[in-house]
Each structure stands twice: as C-alpha cells, then as structure tokens.
Design a protein around this ligand. Structure first.
Ligand code: NDP
Length: 475
C-alpha cells in the first residue's frame, strides 16, 4: 500500500514540476523518473539480447574453440542450423541444479549466520556492522560486512577438498559450466521478478521506491532502492558480492585445474589471470565497507540490471579469460608475462589508491593528508526528498585532481592486463576490456548527470576545477 501511495506522490510531484516548467532537481537525484525513447530502446535490447550474448560466448568456446566468428560463418554458409548448435548445447541437469542450489544456500548461510570475526584480528580491516550512505529519502541503512570471511571460508573449504577430502573434482565448475548457466539464469530472473513484485506490494522503504510507469524500465533498473528481507538480508549487498564475486576466483581455479587435467600443466598466462583477478576479488572483499559508498549501493535501484547481472553476466563474462585459456593454453614469453604483470599491478595500484583517497577524504570529512598535503576540495550542498539540506565536499587534489574518474582509469588498465595475458589469437578474451571501457565511460556520464542534478552549480564549479574525466589532457 505504502508503495502505491509513494507512486501516486511521485506522479503528483512530476505533474507539479511540469506545470512549473521546471525539471525535477531538489531531492530527486538517483535514477530517472521519466524514460526517454533511447533509454527504453536500450533496455529492451539488453533484456532481449544480454542472455543471448552470454550464451553465444560460452557456446563459442564449447563448440568452436572460442572463435566468435565461426558460429556465424557456419550459420550464414548453411553448414549448420540454429537447431544443430542448440542440440549440442548441454541442458539443465539435476546435478547442476543441486550444485547451484547448495552453492547459493551456502553463501546465504555464510552471509546471514556468521557475524564477522575478521575485523577482530585483521589490522586495518573494516568489517562487522557498518552504515551505508544517506539514501535519497534520507535513510541510513546498517549492513553486516562479512564478505571477506565468507570468501576465506569458501576458499579454505575448496582447497581442503582439492588437497585432502576429494569429495568432488576441482574441475566441477568447468565440467558443469553450461548446465550451471541455466541455473544462474533461473536465479537471476527469479530474484529480479521478486524484487519488482516486492517493490509494488511490500517494499522495505516506500519512500525510496521509484516508479517511472514504464514496466520494462522499472523491471530493468529496479523500483526499490534497498530491498531487504528481514533486518539484515540486503539484496544488493548479497547479490553483488556473493554468489557472483566469491565464485569468480573459484571459477578461475576450476579452469586452472581443467588446464592441468587436459595438458598436464598450468600455463603462466592462466596463473597471471588467476593472480591478477584474485587480487581484484580479495580487494573487493577487503574493502566491502567502502563498497557501501559506491554507485551500485548508493545510487542504483535493485532490478534486473543488478539481479540478473550479478547472477549471470558477472560470473560468466568476467571469467572469459580463464575459460579461453582452457581451450588455448597460452605460454607467454617472460617479457610478455612481466609486462602483463606490471600493467595489472600498476592498474590495481591506481584503482585502489584513487578509491582510497576519496574514501579517506570523505570518512575524515577532509581532515586528512593526500600525498602529504591538506586536501583541496569544493564545498557543496544538496537536498533529500524530505526537504532536509545536506552538505558534502568534492576532492580536487591527489588523483582526483588529475581526472574526475581516475579510479576507472586504473580499473581499465587492470582489465586490459587480464586480456593481454591471453595473447593475440582471438578477440573473445578481449571482450572484458571492450565491455569495461563501454561500462565505465557510460558510468562517467551517468554519474556526472546524477551529480549535476544533486549538486547543481557546485558540480559545475567542480568540473571547472577538474576538467578531464578519465585521461588528463585527453578526455
Ligand atoms: P566512484 O567510487 O567514483 O563514486 C562516484 C561518486 O563519488 C559520485 O557519485 C559522488 O557521490 C562521489 N564523488 C565524485 N567525485 C568526487 C570527488 N571528487 N570527491 C569526493 N566524492 C566524489 O564510482 P563507482 O561507484 O562507479 O566506482 C567505484 C569503483 O568500482 C571504481 O574504481 C570502479 O572502477 C569500480 N567498478 C567496477 C566495476 C566492475 O564491474 N568491475 C563496475 C563498476 C565500478 P556523492 O553523491 O557521494 O557525492
């Protein structure tokens, strides 16, 4: 009921704004209230084609040695029909369903049942109960941060099984890769649909719901801001981190195990991909509390984009390099391997240092040192839906003085390193850098649009002080 009232209120607010001839600004930052044709077309395209894109990539590896062009050429030349490809595709199996259900249930258990103990003995690690950012409705949610612990327990069990118990083969993920894809899709669609229904009928915080009136947009971008079941099961935190990101490193380990089973050795490229992506994943969990202040948690509503994306897109497409290396065991020259390692580590350093500077600056409200000096910043203000005025600061020194999204630049360098580890024979492992470049460039625009509406003229003062987005002097 509360959600219906909020929907009505939103419509009235939109109507008033239209009558005033003004664009919604105060207290209405966050995702869109109205949907233009381009957004709608993009959303329909993604809803229809994103699952096919994932299938196409995975099928290309399984049936065409990771060639992206051969399936198309085969179809166009009439050598194969769609039905031939489909008939060779493994279906959902009871074994895959059991593995996947156990996996998700285990991650729910780790998330809900074991409060964080890592912060009690790991110096510098921030875990346990933490607060998120102020939501557009002015609420502040509490989160139990225990992702690092879940990652450690899961991996200890994985290695214990691989070394001592041998309950299952470490190649289990690779061996069930396509049947597991169907399971991930079922969960992704189920959770997105549930989130939509929940947004209408029993939202966690009705004031933080957004209804555009467009069914497809609301399904994709979400209605509820922070859907929860009970006090602690937070959809965004759970689905973004686990099962997808905990699985990322296990998936890579399974691919490495498969390489060894097939060829008797693990190549240096596979080790590089495992190590560089492993650093990224551990970093994510080490900084899970910081993650509460990133766009996914602070600004995105929970819909198909996050629900399906976390269950399917992330574990299947972010791990393409490891999958590719099972089919093409590339052994890199020492110079090539070192180059990739250095690029990956430098990218990671920039990514982490930039994010750390902003986090430190915001946590201490500017009472800190950035590169040994007092930070420079721009004071800004904004208003939340309840009409309350809030104050904030935008950092303009350190890496944040070089470009407005230098953290993305570091991320892109790291992403390129994973791809370069796979050599130059096929385009498929380069999907990740292409995708990340599109995602993060689009994110720059999305974030800047949102910050522009949130901070108004203060944001314009900031962009004048830091004119470049990603590459100082260029873009
Ligand atoms: P940011 O961490 O850059 O957060 C952007 C927000 O930070 C803005 O909305 C604004 O929020 C605040 N902000 C912007 N400029 C400043 C400033 N100068 N000083 C202080 N605060 C500022 O973006 P993301 O959340 O998108 O990304 C976080 C990290 O996650 C990035 O490193 C990114 O590369 C990575 N990432 C990785 C993805 C992947 O799939 N691998 C996907 C997405 C992100 P406010 O309203 O608080 O002012």
């Amino acid at each position: 009921m509360a959600a219906h009232q909020e929907k009505k209120l939103a419509e009235e607010r939109k109507h008033q704004n239209m009558q005033n001839g003004s664009k919604p600004s105060q207290g209405q930052w966050g995702r869109a209230w109205e949907v233009d044709w381009f957004s709608l077309a993009s959303i329909l395209f993604l809803l229809m084609f994103a699952p096919l894109i994932v299938y196409y990539f995975i099928m290309s590896c399984a049936q065409y040695q990771c060639s992206l062009t051969d399936p198309l050429l085969d179809l166009l030349a009439g050598n194969k029909h769609l039905s031939d490809i489909w008939n060779r595709t493994p279906m959902l199996t009871p074994r895959a369903a059991a593995i996947y259900s156990l996996w998700v249930a285990f991650q729910v258990f780790l998330y809900m049942a074991i409060p964080d103990f890592c912060h009690k003995f790991l110096p510098g690690y921030v875990g346990g109960v933490q607060e998120g950012a102020v939501t557009p409705a002015g609420a502040v949610n509490k989160y139990e941060i225990n992702g690092l612990q879940a990652w450690i327990i899961t991996h200890v069990l994985w290695f214990a099984n691989a070394s001592f118990f041998h309950f299952f083969s470490p190649t289990i993920i690779f061996d069930n890769w396509i049947p597991l894809l169907w399971c991930a899709n079922i969960l992704g669609y189920a959770v997105s649909t549930f989130a939509m229904i929940k947004g209408y009928f029993f939202p966690t915080n009705a004031k933080d719901c957004k209804f555009t009136g467009n069914f497809f947009y609301d399904y994709m971008m979400g209605i509820e801001f922070n859907p929860r079941i009970g006090k602690w099961f937070d959809f965004k935190l759970f689905f973004n981190g686990r099962p997808g990101i905990v699985a990322w490193t296990l998936i890579n380990l399974s691919f490495a195990a498969k390489q060894r089973e097939l060829y008797g050795e693990v190549t240096n490229s596979m080790i590089l991909v495992n190590v560089l992506q492993g650093i990224y994943v551990v970093d994510f969990f080490w900084n899970e509390a910081w993650y509460l202040k990133t766009i996914d948690i602070c600004h995105d509503h929970f819909g198909w984009y996050l629900g399906w994306g976390d269950c399917v897109w992330l574990p299947y497409l972010y791990t393409l390099q490891g999958l590719y290396l099972v089919y093409h065991p590339v052994q890199l020259s020492t110079a090539h391997a070192l180059g990739v390692l250095l690029l990956g580590l430098l990218g990671y350093y920039i990514f982490r240092a930039t994010n750390h500077q902003k986090d430190l600056f915001r946590r201490t409200d500017g009472n800190c040192r950035i590169w040994g000096q007092r930070p420079r910043y721009i004071e800004c203000s904004y208003t939340s839906v309840d009409g309350a005025k809030h104050y904030s600061k935008l950092l303009t020194s350190g890496f944040w003085g070089w470009a407005r999204h230098f953290n993305y630049t570091g991320d892109l360098m790291g992403s390129l390193a994973y791809c370069l580890a796979c050599g130059f024979q096929h385009i498929l492992p380069y999907f990740y850098i292409i995708y990340m470049a599109i995602l993060l460039t689009h994110r720059c625009g999305r974030d800047e649009h949102r910050c522009g509406s949130k901070y108004g003229k203060d944001w314009r003062r900031y962009t004048a002080a830091v004119p470049y987005r990603l590459l100082p002097g260029l873009f």
